[in-house]
Design a protein around this ligand. Structure first.
Ligand SMILES: [Zn+2]
Length: 339
């Protein structure tokens, strides 16, 4: 198994589904609470970890939004982001396209610019000091209104000069179908932004269809339930759209009760361009390598499968064709030397 771990770590790969606020480790939560004089409902790191027993997405989201309260200053957002980059740089991640939820911060009085500039500063340092390139994706909270999403899009406009390159859609999926945000995504498309959306995590395959046909997304986040619709699966396999699958997240939020039941292998066999990602690693028990290992063991993936998942992550990213080719060549070299 250590051989497989080394192989996974050695392969260049991109993480395409990561919520920065979900990389807030209990230790940092305690540290920032002290630094900012914020009272937490927990007395210790162990108490925080004990609270991370979720039975569904909403259970998790309640704690996730509470945890965000410790993030107050530009330095806090910098520290959060840079800590994440340091972790994944050690796991062979060469490129990240990360989400953040500005509405989770502006709604509690933290300025959009404070949040965004702290994150961007750390992403710049990530490239310079760690060699990890990145793009930033602004997500809309789907439990909030269309009107609030439009207001956030307007507020973000100064950063659409190449600093925020895409918009996404996350938070409570059930009851908040992609169609609710059709006009917001159309406006984002008119601003030349890339488009991604969470769909088919807890919600049905029909939500995936809406995300594809109404929001016209460039990449699908989760999408596990797509395979319940054979016609849609075939269509998406042909289109080559990338799926950002998050195995440990699915297990922790009870989308699957055992990793052996995870649909990742079936999705690959159906020809979907599947990638492996960590979602909210501080809450779900692991970063990139842990996610790769979890499915490799449970679904008996071999080295060719793992190399394909890494290739998919590069091909599914927003890197230029030239940048993609450089990473893909390195994957081929490493994969062939590990035969
Ligand atoms: Zn997510």
């Amino acid at each position: 198994m250590s051989d497989l771990r080394n192989f996974i770590n050695a392969l260049p790969k991109a993480e395409l589904h990561l919520h920065l606020e979900g990389s807030l480790e209990p230790e940092m939560m305690m540290h920032l609470a002290t630094r900012n004089n914020i009272e937490l409902p927990y007395q210790s790191v162990d108490e925080i970890k004990d609270a991370y027993n979720f039975s569904n997405l909403q259970d998790f989201l309640d704690i996730y939004y509470q945890g965000m309260n410790v993030l107050q200053t530009e330095q806090d957002f910098y520290d959060l982001t840079f800590a994440y980059l340091k972790k994944v740089a050690d796991e062979g991640v060469v490129h990240v396209e990360v989400f953040y939820d500005p509405q989770g911060h502006t709604s509690r009085g933290v300025a959009f610019s404070t949040v965004t500039n702290g994150i961007l500063h750390a992403l710049d340092d990530g490239l310079e000091k760690l060699g990890v390139s990145s793009e930033l994706i602004m997500s809309f909270l789907r439990h909030l209104s269309e009107e609030e999403a439009f207001a956030t899009l307007e507020e973000a406009k100064p950063w659409f000069d190449g600093r925020i390159v895409a918009v996404g859609l996350d938070s409570s999926e059930m009851g908040h179908p992609p169609s609710k945000f059709e006009r917001v995504f159309e406006a984002a498309r008119d601003l030349d932004l890339k488009l991604v959306a969470h769909a088919g995590e807890e919600g049905p395959a029909e939500y995936v269809r809406e995300a594809i046909e109404l929001l016209k997304i460039d990449r699908l986040d989760h999408g596990n339930r797509t395979i319940e619709d054979a016609d849609l699966t075939q269509k998406l396999a042909q289109s080559g759209i990338a799926f950002t699958v998050c195995p440990l997240s699915n297990l922790k939020l009870c989308g699957v009760m055992d990793m052996k039941e995870h649909p990742l292998r079936k999705m690959m066999d159906a020809g979907l361009k599947v990638t492996v990602n960590s979602d909210d690693p501080a809450y779900f028990g692991g970063y990139m390598t842990a996610n790769f290992l979890s499915v490799a063991e449970a679904l008996a993936l071999n080295k060719d499968d793992i190399a394909l998942l890494c290739r998919n992550s590069i091909e599914g990213s927003f890197l230029t064709d030239k940048e993609k080719q450089q990473h893909l060549d390195r994957i081929d070299n490493i994969a062939s030397s590990h035969k």
